[in-house]
Design a protein around this ligand. Sequence first.
Ligand SMILES: *Cc1c(COP(=O)(O)O)cnc(C)c1O
Length: 389
Amino acid sequence: MTNREMLLIPGPTPVMDSIYDALAQETRGHTDPRFAAIYRNAIVRTKEMFKTDGEVFVIAGSGTVAMEMALVNTVSAGEKLLVISHGYFGDRFIKLGEAFGIEVDVLQAEWGKQVAAKDVDSKLETGNFKAVTITHADTSTGVAANLDALIPVIKKHEALVILDGVCATAAMEENMSKTYGSPDAKIDIVLTGSQKAIGVPPGLAIVAFNKTALAEREKLNHVPAYYCDIHNWIPIMNDPQKYFATPPVNLIYAYDEGMKLVLEEGLENRYERHKAFGKAVRSALSVYGMKALAEEEVAAATLSCILYPEGMDDAAFRAALAKKGVIVAGALAHLAGKAFRIGHMGNTTVEMLEKAIVLIGETMNELGYPVDPAKAAERFKELSFVKGV
Ligand SMILES: *Cc1c(COP(=O)(O)O)cnc(C)c1O
């Protein structure tokens, strides 16, 4: 199967033909050694991507299941969690924490801005926080978190770093063996989903725990979960022929192929490509008088939230663009109707994005905004070019 539309929402993202081919293979039993070999391979590739010597979990679920798994295995009811929020998905951790009786405190940035590391420092001074959540790229605002600034501060206060990579993993660096300023200052948990920057259809929750995070689970006698209790999954991740709950066999085929593409492209190449795509898309759209919500220094490599020019009709714009085969997403909360969100992540290509830039310009012309698609395409081509990628 080949895509008929260009799915440029902030996930799911365009799926490559070889991934569809993998998905369409014959469904085997979940304990069949032929399937177990593929599952094992997918787990090994995931460990390689995160560069972790801990455990990774690849299970059925969406990104939200992965968020839940990260939280319930490390923070107990009554313990304190600090949420660093750059928008809607950061805020999701507040609800999650509250659902499990966790004492949640939050630092919310104005939408489009970053939470400052010094504010995190002062907040952590006030009490004994077990963990801090960071949303690597918040899908509502297109703001990226500054890990270099945040992680040293969090580790100074000896809290766990839980990184939500749902809109970043495989596109923005999440290296669990990297130290941030001191030998113990590392990312403890990364959680993600299959359908965003990894570029596989939705349905998998992916979580990596380092040894520190695994040790925290060991200290808890009981966790308020069964499906999401990592104790139930560790034996399966170490021997995928064992059974705990039926894995989504075909999706694991697809994910294994997706991870193969990620590692073949090379993580560094992928990070550079996404950085270039983010800059190029935003700069090209600025030719049309469209401005990103986030300033370039804090903007995510994977998606952008783009403010409409004065008076532009959101529904009319997105519907006309969809007719041309390009799907973008509306904005959330108070930005609904005032902005749209465009994904430029996963396995999107220069050709796809250049075409999308031109079609966005043509749509604007149709709606009575005279702009120059050729000029924007030129700008995009200049900036999206990465040597060797
Ligand atoms: C999409 C997203 C989620 C939620 O993932 P689902 O797969 O929809 O459950 C969480 N965090 C971020 C940053 C996201 O972009």
